[in-house]
Design a protein around this ligand. Structure first.
Ligand code: FAD
Length: 379
């Protein structure tokens, strides 16, 4: 008898798994807390890497759909100092190794690829319990329950499935990002648009930075990065957008006006994203009938890899389940051993990258890392 798969979470990881399982004819249901596909804006642009994200989309049979949503010209990147001086400028070479797409577009092509009814929207899991013999019970916010054959936690940083496997809890890394948006930037915010250029811009100093991305349709999407204790941020009332904007902008007094404009001219309420991590070596002993993927398994600071890794996990797990008919535990063993190794290495890199961006030698450590030289300090 074919085991049916229950996935909690319709993020990029869970959706990729659902699609790959569907291609192999394996029955799958996804439970998602959001009430609908449109319930939440899906954040910014992601670069999709050849060795993981793109391979996952090929395994999902969505290569051509992916190519149709690429934002061409978005691969340029530059590093500035706080006065707006360009220290490193790397134009888009047009080779397309790291094509940029909007997260919302990527999620849409995955959702559209699934048969109607695969995703059960508005089903927030509140707890999961073992029933023995590899079966589990999920309880939802409305009190309903379901029983699972194979359960996959793809429910992100605050996974409700993780406690079945591990006691690990996300730890605050000491840095938070505040997200802002400027629209119609070339017409309405030309100085900020010129500072950002055609792709990604990072203006970095020790402990603080402004990292912005030019997205499709003249949108400037910014992460204001600040290394401050969690209480510093929780003392700010983000429900009062004007006061929160002023408080964050005050940290950048003396910075170039065109960079501060990415904060002060924000046209959407500033959104706080506190950055948490699981231990780099997070792993667990095999527990029958359940596993994790993506952020639920290996939450790490943003390094441009998390979404790529989540999709790759989804594709790898789907392929492993299809390759081991009748032996789910062998599939999970193979998947987890490979995932533990690749995510430990990526997590270690993610912490190094965060330190290069905001550590004592910012931005010169990052410039050296990107160029392989010490030219940063001479610039
Ligand atoms: C500020 C920031 C910037 C980032 N930038 C990048 C980047 O440029 N490139 C990149 O590759 N990665 C980036 N990442 C990382 C990336 O966002 C994550 O690694 C990726 O989204 C993980 O995907 P996932 O499917 O595992 O989890 P998620 O995307 O978190 O999806 C989990 C899903 O589960 C649902 N869910 C949660 N709890 C429940 C529940 N109890 N019941 C039912 N459903 C539930 C959620 O609603 C969600 O739909 C960034 C992260 C942050 C914080």
């Amino acid at each position: 008898m074919t085991t049916s798969v229950t996935i909690v979470g319709a993020g990029l990881g869970g959706l990729t798994l659902a699609r790959v399982l569907g291609l192999h004819g394996i029955p799958v249901t996804v439970y998602e807390a959001d009430p609908s596909a449109q319930a939440r804006t899906q954040g910014g642009q992601l670069d999709i890497h050849e060795h993981n994200g793109q391979r996952a989309l090929e395994a999902a049979g969505l290569g051509s759909e992916f190519r149709s949503i690429i934002h061409h010209g978005g691969e340029a990147s530059r590093i500035l100092d706080q006065h707006g001086t360009v220290l490193l400028d790397e134009p888009d070479d047009g080779v397309g190794h790291r094509p940029e797409v909007l997260r919302g577009d990527l999620r849409r092509i995955l959702i559209d690829s699934l048969p109607d009814g695969t995703i059960r929207w508005g089903r927030k899991v509140t707890s999961a319990a073992s029933l023995g013999a590899g079966r589990h019970a999920l309880t939802f916010a409305d009190g309903a329950t379901v029983t699972t054959d194979l359960l996959v936690g793809a429910d992100g940083a605050w996974s409700k499935i993780r406690p079945l496997l591990s006691d690990a809890k996300p730890r605050y890394v000491g840095t938070s990002f505040v997200e802002t948006y400027l629209y119609d930037a070339d017409e309405r915010h030309p100085a900020a648009a010129a500072a950002v250029g055609s792709g990604a811009m990072s203006a970095l100093t020790p402990g603080k930075g402004i990292a912005a991305h030019r997205e499709a349709n003249g949108v400037l999407h910014t992460y204001v990065e600040l290394s401050r204790p969690a209480e510093w941020f929780t003392a700010i009332d983000f429900a009062d957008a004007a006061a929160a904007t002023a408080r964050i902008a005050a940290e950048f007094d003396g910075w170039a006006t065109e960079l501060r404009a990415l904060i002060t001219d924000g046209e959407a309420p500033p959104t706080l994203r506190m950055i948490h991590t699981l231990p780099n070596e997070h792993r667990w002993d095999r527990v029958r009938g359940v596993t994790l993927l993506g952020d639920a398994a290996h939450l790490m600071p943003p390094s441009g890899e998390g979404a790529n890794l989540a999709m790759f996990d989804g594709a790898e797990l789907g392929s492993a389940i299809a390759a081991h008919p009748g032996d789910i535990e062998a599939a999970l063993d193979a998947f987890e051993e490979a995932m533990f190794a690749r995510s430990a290495s990526e997590a270690a890199d993610a912490h190094v990258i965060l330190d290069l961006c905001l550590g004592d030698r910012a931005p010169f450590g990052l410039i050296e890392f990107l160029t392989g030289t010490r030219e940063g300090e001479r610039a």
